[in-house]
Design a protein around this ligand. Sequence first.
Ligand SMILES: *[C@@H]1O[C@H](CO)[C@@H](O)[C@H](O)[C@H]1NC(C)=O
Ligand SMILES: *[C@@H]1O[C@H](CO)[C@@H](O)[C@H](O)[C@H]1NC(C)=O
Ligand SMILES: *[C@@H]1O[C@H](CO)[C@@H](O)[C@H](O)[C@H]1NC(C)=O
Length: 297
Amino acid sequence: MSCHRRWLLWAVCLLSALLEYGAVRVTMRETRLEVVQGDSVTLPCSFFTMSPLSRLNVIWTLAPLSDPDSPKQVIVFDHGQVIEDPSLTGRVGFTGVPWSADIILNNTRLSDAGTYRCMVSNPPENGDPGIGELTINVMAPPSLPLCLWEGVTDMGGSVALSCMVAEGVPIPEMRWDKLEPQEISLPIKMDGDFTGSVQIINISSQTSGLYRCSVSNLLGTQNCYVNLSIYSPPASSPGILQGVLLTLSMALVLLALMVLVLWLHRSGQERWSEGKEDEECYNEIRYTPSLMKRSFV
Ligand SMILES: *[C@@H]1O[C@H](CO)[C@@H](O)[C@H](O)[C@H]1NC(C)=O
Ligand SMILES: *[C@@H]1O[C@H](CO)[C@@H](O)[C@H](O)[C@H]1NC(C)=O
Ligand SMILES: *[C@@H]1O[C@H](CO)[C@@H](O)[C@H](O)[C@H]1NC(C)=O
C-alpha cells in the first residue's frame, strides 16, 4: 500500500519536474540524523538548477522539537551573502555554497533538535523553490540528578525519596537502590519521565542507610545519594523500663515481707511474753528469713 503510494508520488514528481522544467530540484541525501550533544553534524542538501548561480538563494529553517509550531531561520545565503541566526553565530556555516546548500552545525546542543528545511531558489528560474526536509536528533547523557527526601524519620513514620533529572536523550532510566547492608532494588513510582520516587512506610532502625538514585541511558550514568538516619530511642529502653518495674515490685515485696516479719515478731513476742503456748508462731518467724533470701535470687 505504502509502496504503491510511494511509486505514485515518484511518478507525480517526475511528471511535474518534466512539466516545470525551470524549477530548482532539491535532494536531501539523508532524512534523519543522530548526533551526540557537543559533536558536529553536516546537514546535506543538494540541488539541481539550469540557471547560473549568481542569484542563488538558500534558506535553512528549523522547527525545533521543543516547539515545532514556531520555525526559526537558521542561515541564509542570498546574492553571495551569508546571514546566520544570531543565536547560532559561530556554530553554523555553509560548507560548499554555491555548489551545494550543505551546512555544518558545530558544538550541537539539545535545542538544535528538530526538523530542518532546506529551501533553494535560483532566479530567473521560475516556479516554487525546491524544498527538502531533514530531522536531527541530538542525544545527551543524563544530567546530574537531584535526590531529595521528606517525611518523618521516627520509628513507624514514613519517608518519600525522590529523584529528579533535568535532561537526557534518550530518556534516562531511573532506579533507586538501598546500598547497605546489602544492595536491594526499591520499587520506583515515576511521575513523568524525569522524576521517580520511592515510599518507605512504617520505618524502623533497619531503614537507616545509604540510598542511591541512578539515571542512565546509552550515553552514560549519573547518581545521587540520600543518607537516612532513623531516630530510634535507645534499644535498651524497654529493658530499662522492665528493670525499673522489677526493682520496684521487688522493693514492694521486700517491704511487705519486712512489715510482716516485724508484725509477726511483735505479735510473737507478745505471745511469748504471755507464755510459750504457741510453737507454730515461732516457727513462722524462723522460716521467714529464708523466704526473704529466695526473693533476691
Ligand atoms: C565547525 O567545525 C569545523 C571543524 O572543527 C571547522 O572547520 C568549521 O570552521 C566550524 N564551522 C563553524 C561555522 O564554526
Ligand atoms: C510496623 O512495623 C512493626 C515492626 O517492624 C510491626 O510490628 C507493625 O505491625 C508494623 N505496622 C504496620 C502498620 O505495618
Ligand atoms: C550516613 O550517616 C551516618 C550517620 O549520620 C554516618 O555514620 C555514615 O557514615 C553516613 N554514610 C555515608 C556514606 O555518608
